[in-house]
Write a protein that binds this ligand. Structure first.
Ligand code: TYD
Length: 203
């Protein structure tokens, strides 16, 4: 069955992936390509529980339980948002998906490959995964200057491990983007990594 296109933006906090996700959505809209931008954790039932964990800290919740919250949130997102949009032939842009689960919950000591495989039993596999790389030190500086409070997940040694796992992912649909340079320079890199999925050239 023909379906829309799924493009995922991944990377540690502070790499600028959310901004780039928004810029690609705008570029697609400017070219009359129907698209929708989604983000995980969502604003749904499980996403709300997760946000409490981010702001208040883990407070003894086990890695396995934390993993199950992200998986439940994703299952809800797939059913309510992702599948309907793909069936509608849209380009779906995801700000985080199961590669984040493999990297962030993997960095808690769970097996990243097993997390990825388990997610792939129920989650549509993306057509392209853009993994943004910036040094964790720079990311933390950006977070500190742009927000009042860091989340419980934003610690240097943790983010170093998370990024190490992001760098280990393999597959022809996975592309790494060095997110140094201006917003428009990075946007150009994004366009060049996805343009083969569409019938447009650079504009
Ligand atoms: P983030 O994209 O930073 O959301 P927001 O910009 O709305 O705060 O995601 C919040 C945090 O959740 C981030 O530190 C990464 C973490 N996370 C996981 O640990 N596992 C996951 O599966 C996902 C989707 C996110």
């Amino acid at each position: 069955m023909k379906r829309g296109t799924l493009i995922v933006f991944e990377g540690i906090d502070g790499t600028g992936k959310s901004t780039q996700c928004g810029l690609l959505a705008k570029s697609l809209t400017d070219r009359d390509v129907p698209n929708i931008a989604l983000a995980e954790p969502t604003r749904g039932t499980w996403g709300t529980k997760i946000r409490r964990l981010l702001s208040e800290g883990r407070q003894g919740i086990s890695p396995q339980e934390e993993l199950s919250w992200f998986v439940n949130d994703r299952k809800e997102d797939i059913e309510l948002n992702i599948m309907p949009a793909l069936q509608d032939n849209k380009v779906v842009l995801m700000d985080r998906y199961y590669f984040s689960t493999a990297a962030y919950q993997g960095a808690l000591g769970l097996d990243p490959d097993q997390i990825r495989l388990e997610n792939e039993t129920f989650a549509p596999i993306p057509d392209r995964v853009l993994i943004f790389l910036t040094s964790p030190e720079t990311c933390l500086e950006r977070i500190e200057s742009s927000r009042d409070q860091k989340s419980a997940f934003e610690k240097l040694d943790y983010l170093q491990n998370v990024q190490k796992i992001f760098k280990s992912f393999e597959g022809s649909h996975i592309r790494f983007i060095d997110s140094v340079g201006s917003l428009s320079e990075v946007h150009e890199k994004v366009l060049s990594e996805v343009e083969d999925l569409f019938e447009f050239g650079h504009k």
